[in-house]
Design a protein around this ligand. Structure first.
Ligand code: AMP
Ligand code: MG
Length: 372
């Protein structure tokens, strides 16, 4: 893939000293993207092929338990540059580094003494799994991976196919979500194809993602004689309630006009092309004559009369009938994508209760509702 970095300067340099530049894909000479299947029982050919490409400095979309990731060998900056190019991701938006084993943490991060016990506790409890820790960066990690930040975001994926590739490759893997920047994250191989077909050589199809939402991201602030403070940069599958045992959870405050701490926290993100509006109670929704509306509802059960009240042009329920937040999280991006492809004028979304996983679901819905 003949990708190159092309900075489109928009607004000069930010506080990280990087131009707010979109890195765009030039002459991506990849005609089509191959899908290679991998099951838990039969993953060897896919693992071998993916590792071959990654070693050769190529990029490959891989399944993780959160969403599909676009992977590059984290120690090959040219490969990492291809990730930015294929996604059209701005250079100020750092990537998460995935380690194949706990031992590899020391290859990518310099864990300070005063938080090492907490890091160990969190890793023991939540790794492999959907928790990303922001830690001081090891000098070996290319600056492109961290967008010039002195910190690196690290996690260990629990997906068996991703883990096998991570281990076989031997190097950490830098992988953001495998979608074009700002768009809906892919939770299946076919969703990756819709986002990146022709821009990447291969997708490993490991089935649907079991969590469906991007990892929880936190940084750790030690406190003398007290539990540390966890600064929550992104809500995700590991909830505040789960983290509270180990530290005091505080949300990172977003300040207008400043680059976000985690660009997944940009006001507009995870967005469908079709405008999406959150309506507190869809029973109050009044359609405009001649427009096509889709409903994104939580349960969509028989007693939810609003599901049939208007002539919705399309309806997607996040957790049909039963109303379980875990199922809603898994289906959120899939359902948004379905509605986005239904030729609608607007998507009307019903909020879910903001407890546990509902915090992360509402975070994604709100950002999806903001126009870029
Ligand atoms: P994605 O993998 O596309 O879900 O995006 C990764 C998220 O991790 C982005 O929102 C990044 O901003 C965030 N991230 C990665 N590295 C860092 C870091 N060193 N500090 C803060 N956030 C980070
Ligand atoms: Mg993303």
């Amino acid at each position: 893939m003949a990708a190159s970095l092309v900075g489109r300067a928009k607004g000069g340099t930010g506080k990280y000293g990087f131009a707010s530049a979109a890195i765009v894909c030039q002459n991506s000479g990849v005609p089509e993207t191959r899908i290679v299947h991998a099951s838990d029982e039969d993953m060897k050919p896919a693992v071998r092929e993916a590792c071959g490409l990654l070693r050769a400095g190529e990029i490959v979309a891989l399944p993780t338990e959160t969403v599909y990731g676009l992977a590059a060998d984290a120690f090959q900056p040219e490969a990492v540059a291809k990730v930015f190019a294929a996604k059209e991701r701005p250079a100020f938006d750092p990537l998460i580094v995935h380690i194949g084993s706990r031992r590899d943490l020391a290859r990518v991060a310099l864990v300070p003494e005063d938080i090492s016990e907490t890091v160990n506790q969190l890793a023991t409890e939540f790794w492999p799994g959907p928790l990303t820790m922001i830690l001081p960066k090891h000098p070996d990690v290319p600056d492109l991976v961290t967008s010039g930040l002195p910190t690196v975001a690290v996690r260990q994926s629990a997906h068996p196919v991703f883990r096998a590739i991570n281990k076989e490759l031997g190097n950490p893997i830098a992988a953001p979500s495998a979608n074009r920047f700002g768009r809906i994250s892919p939770t299946s191989a076919s969703a990756v194809i819709k986002e990146l077909d022709g821009r990447i050589p291969m997708v490993v199809d490991g089935g649907a993602c079991s969590e469906g939402l991007e990892s929880t991201i936190l940084s750790i602030e030690p406190r003398d004689g007290k539990k540390p403070i966890f600064r929550l940069h992104r809500a995700g599958p590991i909830t505040k309630e789960q983290l509270q045992k180990f530290g005091k959870v505080e949300k990172v405050k977003e300040r207008a006009g400043e680059l976000p701490h985690a660009p997944g926290q940009l006001p507009s993100h995870y967005a469908p092309v079709t405008p999406l509006r959150i309506v507190e109670d869809p029973r109050d929704f009044r359609p405009e004559e001649g427009k096509r509306y889709g409903l994104l509802c939580y349960r969509g059960g028989d007693d939810d009369a609003y599901v049939r009240r208007h002539e919705w042009d399309a309806v997607e329920a996040l957790s049909p009938g039963s109303g379980k937040l875990a199922e809603a999280a898994i289906r959120l991006f899939f359902a948004m994508r379905q509605l986005d492809e239904a030729g609608l004028d607007e998507i009307i979304a019903e909020p879910v209760s903001e407890t546990g996983l509902g915090v992360a679901i509402m975070d994604r819905l709100r950002r999806a509702s903001v126009r870029p």
